[in-house]
Design a protein around this ligand. Structure first.
Ligand code: GLV
Ligand code: MN
Ligand code: MN
Length: 410
């Protein structure tokens, strides 16, 4: 394979500088100025590679290398370029810029695909703006309805239509939905975001299953007041109710009976946020996942029972809603086997594994056979500025992706 890793690394580095924060921090929230500039950067690379561009009503970007048989369902690949606050430069990006390099390498090698190869750059894989992850692929697969999407609000109360207008997207959201099997297959290249490949010195992870995520949103209304004047028995502190709920999340995950249950209260905001004022309002966003549904759902139920009890005891009002409760995805066995054979033939070490992080593949699996190619990342670190995969590791992942795309498009 003809992978130009130097060029690809330069592109990864350049894209990382398009950020809401100075380097090494990468932050690109949906339809922020940085997100829009990053989209332009990637679209330019796609144009330079001769790909045909289309964009849908929520900003999912499709870049197609036309195959000779236009009636055949294309092969799809892709990932995301949005980044959570305080992120690094590889999450999602390796699967987008890596796919462009995979296509360029196939073009250089003289491959003439029969099926078109389509790169998808998904809108808002990260949940930062609206609390819900994989907004673009959820809408594409029909898992999220346009009606429910229209109820989403960000912290400033702005809705999807407001942000679509910033990205010059005016067509109806209904048009985002894709037909079943409109793609023959979907393969996503991604960093592992966990420690297994590095620890075991393995080059490639082949994803067989993606863990089941869920998100709860909690709004707490207590009673504010003067930090000096309101005596302790009189308090209805929204923060303290939230803190107890966060501990209940930890307890539910730890006692689920499965080591794979993980619970995180990753958002906790309070009002008024003054040192001499009792917190009167709190917002929590809770992320609960597992590789199997039964333990995830039992833990979810425990949290939903504990939270109102805590609030009742503390005289705090609670509103809680399930933003998303998703099943796991099972990857396509034939695709998994194909990657395994490609790795074997190339002498690349590999193992089958579960993705504990979610990805747009979770929802693409609803519309076509899907799998993922993982590469190691240093210390298993992700969602942090020190996230790192070496050029050699990226090159191997891109080479496997390129070989896979070439075979699938034959
Ligand atoms: C994706 O970024 C996830 O949170 O798993
Ligand atoms: Mn991520
Ligand atoms: Mn990602």
């Amino acid at each position: 394979m003809n992978i130009d890793i130097k060029r690809l690394q330069l592109e990864i580095d350049e894209l990382s500088l398009i950020s809401e924060n100075p380097p090494p921090v990468v932050t690109r929230v949906l339809f922020s100025e940085a997100d829009l500039r990053a989209r332009d950067f990637v679209k330019n690379l796609c144009r330079e590679a001769g790909l045909l561009l289309r964009e849908d009503a929520v900003g999912n970007i499709f870049a197609r290398w036309e195959g000779s048989d236009k009636s055949a369902a294309p092969v799809a690949t892709g990932s995301h370029i949005d980044a959570i606050p305080n992120a690094g430069k590889y999450d999602g990006v390796v699967g987008v810029l890596g796919a462009i390099e995979a296509i360029r390498s196939l073009q250089k090698t003289g491959v003439k695909p029969k099926r078109s190869i389509e790169l998808i750059i998904f809108t808002a894989e990260e949940p930062t703006r609206f609390g819900i992850g994989c907004l673009g692929s959820r809408l594409m697969s029909g898992v999220l309805s346009p009606q429910k999407a229209s109820t989403l609000r960000d912290r400033e109360g702005k809705d999807l239509d407001f942000w679509r207008a910033q990205g010059h997207k005016n067509e109806p959201v209904e048009s985002v939905r894709l037909a079943q099997n409109c793609y023959s297959t979907f393969v996503e290249l991604h960093i592992e975001q966990g420690p297994i490949l590095e620890r075991e010195s393995i080059d490639i992870g082949i994803v067989e299953k993606i863990a089941a995520p869920s998100t709860l949103q909690v709004q707490l209304t207590g009673v504010g007041g003067h930090a000096g004047a309101v005596l302790m028995p009189e308090r209805h502190d929204a923060l303290l109710a939230g803190a107890e709920i966060a501990l209940a999340v930890e307890a539910a995950a730890k006692t689920s009976g499965s080591p794979d249950t993980v619970g995180t209260t990753g958002v906790f905001r309070i009002e008024p946020g003054a040192v001499n004022s009792v917190p009167c309002r709190a917002w929590l966003e809770i992320d609960l996942r597992d590789t199997q549904l039964s333990t995830r759902d039992a833990a979810l139920q425990k949290i939903e029972e504990a939270a109102p009890e805590i609030c009742e005891r503390r005289g705090v009002k609670i509103e809680m809603n399930r933003l998303n409760v998703d099943p796991p995805a099972i990857c396509d066995a034939n695709l998994v086997q194909m990657i395994s054979t490609i790795c074997k033939d190339a002498g690349v070490s590999h193992k089958r594994m579960i993705s504990r992080a979610y990805h747009d593949s979770l929802f693409m699996a609803q519309i076509c056979p899907t799998t993922m190619i993982f590469i190691p990342c240093r210390g298993g670190v992700s969602h942090r500025p020190d996230e790192y995969s070496s050029p050699e590791q990226i090159e191997k992942g891109v080479a496997v992706l390129a070989a896979m795309l070439a075979q699938l498009a034959e």
